[in-house]
Design a protein around this ligand. Structure first.
Ligand SMILES: Nc1ncnc2c1ncn2[C@@H]1O[C@H](COP(=O)(O)OP(=O)(O)OP(=O)(O)O)[C@@H](O)[C@H]1O
Ligand SMILES: [Mg+2]
Length: 303
């Protein structure tokens, strides 16, 4: 049965793994509707969702990204790894519109993101978390997530000021969805606490909930396990799998090799701004260029 399936299937939940293609498409359609009611994704599971095509980015004399190309299939968990300063966060910054590439292009569902601003890219379906947590410290956990749901709202500022019925409806739905998302990431018990008073692990999960609130097609996580103990890392790996099983596609930057090897379907490796490997975890961990890039870099002993 499942032993004839290709390796990338391994990260899927058991019940999803054993489904036929048709059952799986139906399953994803149902869960996707429950978690993200407004999300419409133009490409089927397994087709290309994001393309990073020959992207270069120059900071003065430094070529931080050097003709980097890779793609991401819908439903995949793709790891983006590499030594410190390799260009991983810069790659996220290009994908999310913080920086425009010096050359090359990023495409989502076949459409170039070229001139789109950051908020427009969020609306098109790319959300991210940050290497250094960025929350609204004085707002509650719930309010932080409601802000994320706002990215999807259709009422204008004038509509909100005039208190149009649609504004109220969207606000109520936003609160309900935000609460559901806090439950989804496992921190609903602290919904009313200010972000700054939450334990560190809760803050990391809150960032993920806020990103999910925008109903992304692609979720980009920048070192979500940084500072976690092994038990917290296991919890995070389960959450990442749950996110994917709910119909999201995930791009994960992570230094901890146990997490990367344990949760991704495929891994892209950067070194000095260049892609040096792209393959399954088993393939990448044996790659001599990857081993050389990591020589002398502590990786929790798992590589
Ligand atoms: N805004 C910037 N201006 C100038 N140089 C930058 C800027 N942002 C990043 N860099 C440089 O680009 C290179 C890639 O940085 P980046 O933050 O993408 O690395 P990274 O792979 O995320 O590393 P880490 O694992 O340490 O987070 C580094 O040499 C960094 O100093
Ligand atoms: Mg980084």
């Amino acid at each position: 049965m499942s032993d004839t399936r290709p390796e990338p299937e391994e990260g899927l939940a058991a019940e999803v793994r054993d489904m036929t293609e048709e059952e799986r498409a139906e399953h994803f359609a149902q869960v996707t509707e429950a978690v993200a009611p407004d999300r419409e994704i133009g490409v089927p599971v397994g087709d290309t969702l994001l393309e990073v095509a020959d992207v270069s980015l120059r900071f003065g004399g430094l070529l931080a990204l050097d003709s980097v190309s890779f793609d991401l299939k819908r439903g995949e968990i793709l790891g983006l790894i590499g030594p410190n300063g390799a260009g991983k966060t810069t790659c996220f910054n290009v994908i999310t519109g913080v920086y425009r590439p010096t050359a090359g292009e990023v495409r989502l569902e076949g459409r170039g993101l070229g001139r789109l601003k950051r908020h427009a890219i969020t609306r098109h379906g790319i959300a991210r978390t940050f290497q250094n947590i960025r929350l609204f410290d004085e707002m509650t956990a719930l309010e932080n997530v409601v802000v994320g749901t706002d990215a999807r709202h259709r009422t204008s500022v004038v509509g909100a000021l005039c208190r149009l019925p649609r504004h109220w409806r969207e606000e109520r739905e936003g609160v309900e969805r935000a609460m559901a998302l806090l439950e989804f990431v496992g921190i609903a018990d602290r919904a009313a606490d200010r972000a700054k008073n939450l334990p560190y692990g809760y803050q990391r999960r809150l960032e993920i909930a806020r990103a999910l609130a925008t109903e992304p097609k692609l979720l980009c996580l920048d070192e979500p396990a940084a500072g976690f103990n092994p038990a917290e890392k296991d919890g995070l790996m389960s959450l990442i799998r749950k996110i994917r099983d709910d119909g999201y596609t995930v791009l994960l930057i992570e230094h901890d090799m146990r997490v990367v090897m344990g949760v991704t379907d495929r891994i892209v490796v950067l070194e000095f701004g260049k892609k040096i490997a792209d393959g399954t975890p088993a393939h990448v961990r044996e790659d001599p260029a990857v081993i050389a890039a990591y020589l002398g870099v502590p990786d929790d002993g798992a590589a």
